[in-house]
Write a protein that binds this ligand. Sequence first.
Ligand SMILES: Cc1ncc(COP(=O)(O)O)c(C=O)c1O
Length: 430
Amino acid sequence: MLKYKPKVKTLPGPRSNTYLRKVKKYNLGWNHPYPFVHSGKGKGSFFEDLDKNVFLDFASQIASNPLGYNHPALIKVVKQFKNQSPVKYAGQDFTVQEHVDMIEEVLSIAPKGMNKIFLCNSGGEAVENAIKTAIRKQKGMQRAVSFRRAFHGRTLGALSNTNSSQVQKKHYPTFPVHRLPYDTRAIAFLEDMIKREAHPKDIGYVIMEGVQGEGGYNVPSKKLMKGIRRITKSRGIPLILDEVQSGMGRTGKWWAHQHFNINPDIMSSAKALQVGATLTSKKYMHEPGSISSTWGGGHRLDLLMGATIIREIKKKNLLNNITMQGEYLRKRLDEVSGVLNVRGLGLMCAFDLSSTKKRDDLVLELMKHGVVTLGCSDKGIRLIPPYTVSGEEIDMFIEALEHSLGNCNKKGFKHTGLICQYGYCARDHS
Ligand SMILES: Cc1ncc(COP(=O)(O)O)c(C=O)c1O
């Protein structure tokens, strides 16, 4: 029996709005936040905001909260640090046990052959260091290769490979990056590029997501993944798999690329891991001092959280639940009229609406019914519930979806009121 049910009185409620107004006034990273403020209360897939609104969370903090709210194993971790300060150390130079525990835990699930790891603070940093690792080996990089609609982060190196929306890139300098379509045409394009234009040694790396995230939750074909791996391997070009969003079990395997039976040379992870990580093999080892970061490997709480999440996924066989519930979610979505192009792997799931406006209206309408989702690509909605989600919660989501879609389809439908100030869906969803 579920203790919580979605319940929304006002959005944003008065207490949340006090904080949101200040965020809008002062936050340099203003990005139209959701119209509520978290209270810290909740359980599993549900959370409460400061105004006691209750939400069913099918966005999981953009795939970074894999076990939901107030998971007992994670509460235990938080309590462990209650009488200790600092909790954060300059971990690359001053070693803490949690750094080593996390290294061992990540390596226990790492793709074959990966035995070197650099822990840092974010996904962007993990990608940045993956790129640096590749370039250091290739030496004479003249260009890199990434994919259309890719999202790899916002730091300048990572951003060069991002091809998601202009607002993220305009006026910033970029590396020379050659862009391939995220489908099987890419194989011939890359072969042609090597034949006519670029010596393989001049190509610093090829970077791709395991499943495209912000670009639309696009699942690549086995042919594309195998083709790119074959060319990069035979030409000695490092292949970076960015698993920041698609990794850590989200697709029902530890890493999305494992669905396609390939192995990257370098990989980035973050989000569900709670810290950033760049993984590779001995072959790509740097000389000391070439990559580092003050806090990297030193945020004891985050490291122990990440290691506990991995252990919990193993202990409770959550990869099975992810696969099973992902299939159930897509089956139920296929039955809903007006829902187009249902796709995904495991609990990395999306569908399209007929237009961007319809999508934006629906995300907001769902929120008014206490269901949190996220947009992706031009008219997609991504669904990323916690790994512990139940069939009952999926049914609850589908019921809210049908009801909200019905409302949005009514003639003259329009959102009004304070909620529109947060303009939610016009924002950039990474
Ligand atoms: C595939 C991918 N790479 C990199 C990043 C950047 O991660 P962060 O926002 O932690 O810097 C993201 C973030 O959404 C992502 O989805």
